[in-house]
Every structure is written in structure tokens, then in C-alpha cells.
Design a protein around this ligand. Structure first.
Ligand SMILES: [Zn+2]
Length: 177
């Protein structure tokens, strides 16, 4: 952050009073530009013990498999964000959902939240950011073509506990584990 978001003046990197980290602080209006982690919200949806995967149609990791997920927007809850992404990307409207996994990625300052939901049917609708969908059991998962390590951990854990127990399970992992 070189210029102030509020007044456009130059910022300087200093530790503000009562703080212990370097921040970009405006040289004119003293506005402090805090940078904090971003939330990714997504859904692991299952139907008959198979998981709904989608193939990314955008970079990064275009043409690799993931679950419906994306950046949380302002003024929505975690679950609302996950439901929105699920509808945009694969056309599903999960009815009941439970938070299944939180996954921190500190080196890029992200936290991922994945809800689990059991679908009543296998109807999907492919959104613009996706170019394919599939329902996969453990052996059908394209383990070598997953988009992110968080997805690998998520799927591994899901098949370990199974879709029934997944409805009452919560796991907290990070890229350090
Ligand atoms: Zn300013």
C-alpha cells in the first residue's frame, strides 16, 4: 500500500502507537492500512457417499479439481458465502450444512472454511468458473489432479469419517500440519 486509500497521500511503513507490527500509515491523515487474512468459503457436498467435485475454469490451477469454494464477500456469513459459491459454481442449494473443516494457510494469509452437506439428488448446473463436475468415491477422486492441498486434506478426512459422521464432525487443520 503506497498511497492512502482515504486521501491519496503517500504512506510510510511504521509501527503505529499501541501496535507491535509494521503497517502502512498515511503521512497526511494518519489512516492505518491494516491487512488481515482473507476467508475462503466452500462446500463438500455428498450424494450416496460420493463427493461433488468441480474442475476449475480459471487460473490459478485451471483444469484441476476442487470443491465449490471462493472468497467470502462483505456482509455475508460463512454459510451464506459457501451457499452462494455452491450455487454459482455447481447450481446446488444445500439445505442443511455443518462446518466440517477450517484450514489455515498462514503463508498466504488465508483461512478456508468448508461446510458439509448431503444432497437429495445429483442434479448440478455448471457455472462460468467451472468446466466440469463429477461425483466421486474415494477411489474415483483424481488425487493427482487436485487444485490445492487443502482440498486433498478435506477429501481425505471426509472419506476417513464417512458422510454420516461428517455431519457431526469438525476438524481444524493448517498447511503446517
Ligand atoms: Zn490519508
Amino acid at each position: 500500500m503506497i498511497y492512502c486509500l482515504l486521501c491519496g497521500a503517500k504512506t510510510r511503513n511504521i509501527v503505529p502507537p499501541l501496535d507491535n507490527r509494521v503497517r502502512a500509515v498515511c503521512t497526511q491523515c494518519d489512516y492505518i492500512h491494516y491487512e488481515n487474512p482473507k476467508n475462503i468459503v466452500g462446500i463438500i457436498a455428498s450424494f450416496n457417499n460420493r463427493v461433488l467435485l468441480c474442475k476449475r475454469n480459471t487460473e490459478p490451477r485451471k483444469n484441476y479439481w476442487t470443491v465449490p469454494a471462493g472468497f467470502m464477500e462483505n456482509e455475508e456469513t460463512l454459510l451464506e458465502g459457501a451457499q452462494r459459491e455452491a450455487f454459482e459454481e455447481v447450481g446446488i442449494k444445500p439445505q442443511t450444512s455443518n462446518l466440517f473443516m477450517a484450514y489455515s494457510v498462514p503463508h498466504i494469509s488465508q483461512v478456508h472454511f468448508y461446510f458439509h452437506t448431503k444432497l437429495k439428488d445429483d442434479k448440478t448446473k455448471i457455472g462460468e468458473e467451472i468446466n466440469d463436475v463429477m461425483f466421486a468415491d474415494h477411489d474415483e477422486i483424481p488425487w493427482n489432479d487436485l487444485a490445492f492441498n487443502s482440498i486433498r486434506v478435506l477429501l481425505k478426512k471426509f472419506f476417513e469419517v464417512g458422510s454420516d459422521k461428517a455431519s457431526s464432525s469438525f476438524f481444524n487443520y493448517s498447511s503446517h500440519d
